[in-house]
Design a protein around this ligand. Structure first.
Ligand SMILES: NC(=O)c1ccc[n+]([C@@H]2O[C@H](COP(=O)([O-])OP(=O)(O)OC[C@H]3O[C@@H](n4cnc5c(N)ncnc54)[C@H](OP(=O)(O)O)[C@@H]3O)[C@@H](O)[C@H]2O)c1
Length: 231
């Protein structure tokens, strides 16, 4: 990974930040991308860039200015609340799709021109892609689309490898703002129902992204990192 360039869109927080830190620790040049500026205490080792993944011209400009890269990881995702079909806000659903589904498609599209033949693209879905939960229609269908996108692109963009990581419940800011005690209680409650007895941490996920980025025989895979949540 030394001397390779890794772009992590969504890399300024949560799972993406852990992936960016792991790649930097292994010696890669890492560029973490999001809309907001880097948070306080950001490591000087990791470059940052501001791009809105819903803006195709901005995504295209980012990759053309960057030039050659080896690995693209996309973890950017929208905050969307659960709603049963009859109460669904279709416009909010459309906006969520624009970030999670079309955002990953835009990133792959514009990175593809510059990515090394030995490189990889790793997309992010989520456990609800294959677990039917009332009220989770938008997340379920977005995540299922991404898992299909990964397999289709693994053939279309070959020899570049394309994989998908599917997280289960992982303790990140995506759970929303809440007092620390409340967050811990929620994590304990959710984790107690899983075979591993706990929810995921961002480093659990970073290991899986690292695996699919570096294993040259993995393409078209969907890797579940969910503590057994799908079982
Ligand atoms: N945490 C979980 O329990 C869980 C479960 C299943 C799936 N996932 C999936 O895992 C991925 C990572 O989530 P996370 O938990 O790490 O949450 P997170 O910390 O909120 O990360 C999401 C990132 O997406 C970026 N983002 C959002 N909209 C964007 C846009 N329009 N353009 C560019 N960047 C954008 C955000 O940065 P800015 O706001 O700065 O743009 C943020 O850094 C998401 O796809 C999520 O759906 C998470």
């Amino acid at each position: 990974m030394k001397q390779q360039t890794v772009v992590v869109i969504g890399g300024l927080s949560g799972i993406g930040r852990a992936v960016a830190q792991r790649a930097a620790a292994e010696g890669a040049r890492v560029i973490a991308v999001g809309r907001r500026p880097a948070p306080a205490g950001w490591s000087q080792e990791i470059e940052t860039a501001s791009v809105d993944i819903t803006d195709e011209a901005a995504v295209e400009r980012f990759f053309s200015e960057l030039g050659a890269l080896d690995h693209l990881v996309v973890t950017s995702g929208p905050v969307i609340s659960s709603a049963k079909l009859v109460d669904l806000d279709i416009n909010a659903a459309r906006e969520a799709y624009d970030v999670k589904v079309f955002g990953q498609m835009r990133a792959a599209k514009h990175a593809a021109r510059y990515i090394a033949k030995t490189g990889s693209i790793t997309l992010t879905s989520g456990l609800l892609a294959r677990k039917a939960v009332p009220g989770a229609l938008v997340k379920a269908t977005m995540n299922a689309a991404i898992e299909n996108m990964g397999k289709t692109l693994a053939k279309e963009l070959a020899p570049v490898r394309v994989n998908v990581v599917s997280p289960g419940m992982v303790e990140t800011g995506m759970w929303g703002e809440m007092p620390e005690a409340e967050r811990k209680a929620m994590a304990a409650q959710a984790g107690s129902g899983l075979p591993v007895g706990r929810v995921g941490q961002t480093d659990d996920l970073a290991q899986a992204y690292w695996l699919v980025m570096t294993n040259g025989f993995m393409t078209g895979a969907v890797v579940d990192v969910d503590g057994g949540g799908l079982l």
